[in-house]
Design a protein around this ligand. Structure first.
Ligand SMILES: NC(=O)c1ccc[n+]([C@@H]2O[C@H](COP(=O)([O-])OP(=O)(O)OC[C@H]3O[C@@H](n4cnc5c(N)ncnc54)[C@H](OP(=O)(O)O)[C@@H]3O)[C@@H](O)[C@H]2O)c1
Length: 344
């Protein structure tokens, strides 16, 4: 088998293709021949050595990759949910940047027939993040109003669609004009282009009472204003910090990182109590072994995709030898939907 290995923190040159042997399959595991895998913003953070679960669980060298789609090649003696030859997709705690992956059977799901391998590979990580953030982490009241930053991205696009499925109003914020039509097509009630519009004023005008939820993965650049836009009982979901990071060059700017870390807003629980506003955070990569959470979320996601309620993301494909281009493109902040690597 082949995999992408990162020997230590750094730029695109660290993404190295290596040949290796497949390890032994355990009783509860499934071996998948990977046809396509998804690239996530988190993979770039792993390459930089900034991703906490990668540091805790693996260290260096590391093969990134949280999601894949492919065909079952072999199953352990205790596996009963999938069969050899079945088309499947799912998650893995790293290691999906490869031609083959071995994962516990609870992380493997039957691929919906109405989507391609490439589309399937772009679904698990970001749709699970959106599902967990919207439905498993928060109790939503009917017809809530939701503000979504980076709405044309992987997680953002999934949030826009899921908000609509659940009957909520959504406002999507984008950082570049070319992303507008995509977010409108996904069903956002309003799209704000923060490059040409004052996003805070536009968002406030749309919902004078504020927002029931704000999803913010920018971090330092918008967190304070996102919190200010919450309605009473509102929740700010802070699940990423990409405004601390560079958009080009592939290398960390340590001055920017330290400055944005020090100036990231801190929230005072006494003020939050009196304002009836909350801050919620999570990292999905620590939750892949929460079997009930995973199976409920993937169950609904697959049902919605098969019924056509939920669309697969727009995908841009890259070859296995061009992973660096995908990292460069997701880092740039200009990508729409998902970036997918084909292994063949
Ligand atoms: N906590 C979790 O469990 C979890 C799980 C998955 C993802 N995440 C986080 O969610 C965010 C979205 O992830 P994704 O994989 O779906 O990526 P993505 O949204 O497809 O791409 C990132 C988007 O963030 C915006 N952005 C703002 N500042 C940026 C910067 N300095 N560098 C690059 N992009 C910047 C850009 O959109 P605009 O310019 O349009 O805003 C860009 O398109 C990331 O921060 C990621 O780490 C968290």
């Amino acid at each position: 088998m082949k995999k992408i290995s990162i020997p230590g923190p750094g730029g695109y040159e660290k993404l190295t293709i290596v040949e290796c042997d497949l390890r032994q399959l355990k009783d509860n595991e499934v071996h998948i021949e990977v046809h396509a895998f998804g690239v996530n913003f988190a993979d770039v953070c792993i390459r930089w050595g900034l991703y906490e679960s990668a540091k805790q669980y693996v260290g260096w060298p590391i093969t990134p990759g949280f999601e894949w789609a492919g065909v079952v090649k072999n199953i352990g003696s205790k596996v009963s949910n999938v069969a050899i030859g079945q088309e499947v997709f799912g998650v893995s705690l790293f290691n999906a940047y490869a031609t083959d992956v071995i994962v516990p059977s609870h992380q493997v799901f039957s691929k919906p027939k109405n989507i391609s391998m490439s589309e399937a590979a772009g679904i698990p990580a970001v749709y699970l993040t959106a599902y967990y953030g919207l439905f498993q982490n928060i109790i939503l009241r009917p017809q809530s109003t939701i503000l979504i930053h980076s709405a044309a991205g992987g997680v953002g696009g999934a949030l826009v669609q899921m908000a609509k499925i659940a009957g909520h109003k959504s406002v999507g914020i984008i950082g570049s004009s070319h992303k507008r039509s995509y977010v409108e097509e996904l069903g956002a009630d309003l799209v704000i282009d923060k490059k040409t519009q004052n996003w805070f004023v536009e968002a406030k005008n749309f919902s004078q009472r504020g927002y029931d939820i704000v999803f913010d993965a920018n971090g330092q650049s918008t967190l304070k204003k996102s919190f200010d836009l919450l309605a009473p009982m509102g929740k700010l979901v802070s699940y990423g910090f990409h405004s601390m990071l560079p958009k080009k060059g592939g290398r960390l700017n340590w001055f920017k990182l330290i400055y944005t870390f020090l100036t990231t807003p801190r929230f005072n629980p006494i003020n939050m109590t009196n304002q009836n506003k909350s801050l919620i955070s999570f990292n999905l990569s620590f939750l892949f072994d929460e079997v009930d959470v995973l199976s409920q979320a993937m169950g609904d996601i697959v049902t919605w995709i098969e019924s056509g309620q939920l669309k697969a993301p727009k995908v841009t494909q890259y070859s296995f030898s061009n992973v660096a281009d995908a990292h460069r493109d997701i880092e740039s902040g200009q990508s729409v939907g998902k970036l997918i690597i084909l292994t063949k």
